[in-house]
Each structure stands twice: as structure tokens, then as C-alpha cells.
Design a protein around this ligand. Structure first.
Ligand code: ZN
Length: 156
């Protein structure tokens, strides 16, 4: 069986940046289960896994455009310092906005704080080492919910 649209695939993966730092890995954890072709994974991963079969190992280089996007200046915002009250603010601190977005402080000024709402991996070229462990058909219910059920998926 090949990985095509609406198949459930279980994969192990290790993600490194171009300097070889490991950013994320499923090693030592349960494999990642996902439904192919519905946007569960970043586009570069789905393209690379299309047509692969059980046991395949691959190395994927994913550009920011097919990963977590390029950094957008529009997502950098200056917020008046008063919005943070008496709290001490340092570069690198993260806050959740009222819309549920996570922002990171990139600059602390006297009157204003600059926060960045870009994804932490925006603008980063991603290197994935992937191994395909299992492939099966997705159930009607999984497709209706848009996520995998059972082992490695949602339990509800
Ligand atoms: Zn569900």
C-alpha cells in the first residue's frame, strides 16, 4: 500500500536545522500518526511522503514556503509598555494574546515592547529524516473529524 490521499500513515521523524541541531523528533515516543492529504502535516512533508510505502526511509529538505512560512514583518508589532502592567519584560519571553496566538518579545524599549507572532520555525529551512512504519485506510469517522483515532491519535 502506498501513502495517498486519505490513508493513515505512522511515521518516525527527526527534524534538524541546517546547523544539525535537532529541533524535534518522535524518537523514543509513539510514532506520529496522520491522515495524508488533508493538511495534517506541513505541505513539504506531505509532498515528500506521497507514494511512499511501508519501510521507506527518506530525507526531506523543506523550504520555509512549504514549511512554517516565511517571516512576515506584518506579524511584528509594537505594543505600549503599559499594556504589560508592572511586569518585568525581557527579550525571549512569550505571551499568549487574547486571540490565543503565541508571541515572543524581540525588543524591549522604554515606552514600547516589540513582539513577534511568527511561528518559531518561520523562515527556517527544515531537514526531516523520516521512516514510514505503517499505512492503512482512514475510517469514515476519522475523515469526518480530520484526525486519527486509536493508537497514536485521539481517544474520545
Ligand atoms: Zn475524532
Amino acid at each position: 500500500m502506498q501513502i495517498t490521499k486519505h490513508k493513515v500513515a505512522a511515521i518516525h521523524y527527526t527534524l534538524t536545522d541546517n546547523e544539525g541541531n535537532i529541533l524535534d523528533s518522535s524518537s523514543g515516543r509513539e510514532p506520529l500518526h496522520y491522515i495524508h492529504g488533508i493538511g495534517n502535516l506541513i505541505p513539504g512533508m506531505e509532498e515528500g511522503l506521497e507514494g511512499k510505502t511501508k519501510g521507506d526511509k527518506l530525507n526531506l529538505k523543506v523550504s520555509p514556503e512549504k514549511g512554517y512560512g516565511v517571516k512576515s514583518d506584518a506579524l511584528m508589532q509594537q505594543v505600549p509598555r503599559s499594556a504589560f502592567g508592572d511586569q518585568k519584560i525581557d527579550v525571549g519571553m512569550q505571551f499568549q494574546t487574547n486571540q490565543g496566538q503565541v508571541v515572543t518579545v524581540t525588543k524591549v524599549g522604554l515606552d514600547s515592547i516589540t513582539v513577534d507572532a511568527n511561528h518559531p520555525l518561520a523562515g527556517v529551512e527544515l531537514n526531516f529524516a523520516v521512516e514510514v512504519l505503517e499505512i492503512r485506510e482512514a475510517t469514515e469517522e476519522e475523515l469526518a473529524h480530520g484526525h486519527v483515532h486509536g493508537p497514536g491519535g485521539h481517544h474520545h
